[in-house]
Design a protein around this ligand. Sequence first.
Ligand code: NAD
Length: 472
Amino acid sequence: MSKPIEIRNPRTGKYDYVIIPPPPKLLIQQCNRLRRAQQSWLRLGLEGRIEALQQWKQAIISGRDKLTEALVADTGRLSISVMEIDSFLSSIDRWCKLAPKLLEETEKETAVPFIKLEQTAVPYPLVGVISPWNFPLLLSTIDTIPALLAGCAVIVKPSEITPRFMAPLLATINAIPQLRDILSFVEGGGETGAAIVQNVDLVCFTGSVATGRKVGEAAAKRFIPAFLELGGKDPAIVLASADLELATSAILWGSVVNTGQSCLSIERIYVANFIFEQFVERLVAKAERLQLAYPTVESGEIGPIIAERQAAIISDHLLDALEKGAVVHCGGKVEDSGGGWWCRPTVLTQVNHEMKVMTEETFGPIMPVMPFSTPEEAINLANDTIYGLSAAVFAQDETKALAVAQHIDAGAISINDAALTALIHEGEKNSFKFSGLGGSRMGPAAITRFMRKKAFLIKTKSIADPWWFNTQ
Ligand code: NAD
């Protein structure tokens, strides 16, 4: 019997939920069962798989209230939970529409006229998905949907910090006969995650750099592919010509949505000297208008800090910045209300790269703003990081913004907006530096990466090949 894990409620601080990770032996059996069942899932064909996913979508719509309730209990926020479910449902439709074209088998001519090539692809039998707590539903399903359509069975282990949504989601999976044998969600912490890496054929991991490194190493030892989607410290660069109204609104949203608990949050803001003061003034005015979603979950835009350990990190970064001379314009501290941890949108100036708030992932609603004199200086500052997830550039002229964006070492760069990869899933992107490893989870590669390519090389004429030995 594995040790139960008690789960904290982010709004009350009470430990009001318990999960029991599966014992290692049971997990291995479960993986073997899923791998066996994958054969029938594959035989069902793409049309059958699309139909099963559409039935799942209907079951989720029917069970939506319970799923919302559980997600709210997991995360303490309401509107983002609603958005997570909407986005999950639309991702099922999007992938069901795209999959037939993306998974089409092709026949090609080769350089040798009497040899043709048939190109096909075989799904990895069992995919493991390990996900974090900041968007529990979205990040445990973002890789799952394309993997299922590709023909894989999937075992998902969401974060032990936000596990409540699994029970209502499992009820919707169990309602679909074709799905329940090839899709499992399991409860558990790091040990269960590590055991999954040992028992699957491909792993999709979303989480911190430290854990991602362990997962990558364990997968490499087993020679299985690992797709690692890790942390970030996204910069925004605001050039002198930028529309200040637009830039401040976009950056505020990109920095503090979901209380800044997003891998692609804007965590550093570099603003041209010329407009620095006006920018800070407008950003502070807008930030001050946002309210905490307290005492009721419906009340404001800023939910609680979901993970208690994150509250400690945010406090530490703020303290470090203040000790080193940063100035607080609004917010500025982690507060305890009703047993939960909260932080109001915080604007800091007089910051520099000696501070943790400019170099380490904060994962909170903190907006440190630093001036620059030339675009080259801004680019150097933006690239002065171990991360390379995404970024944003603001300028009146799109080509000037793109000229700066070309030099930023990051996989996705929003121009005159922030965090667009959260909404636009069509563009392929790779993480740079420590922000990740492996193929793109966006665009066509998101589905094709779950398949191994196979080439059938077919001789079409019964003639001797010119390169054979002459044995006549
Ligand atoms: P984490 O690394 O602590 O945990 C992530 C998951 O890994 C959890 O499910 C955890 O139980 C599991 N885990 C822990 N130890 C493991 C091990 N040894 N082997 C296998 N699995 C193990 O991360 P977190 O605190 O849950 O999430 C926050 C981090 O996730 C931040 O750094 C954030 O930037 C990152 N993140 C990245 C993306 C992205 O798309 N790049 C998206 C969201 C979050």
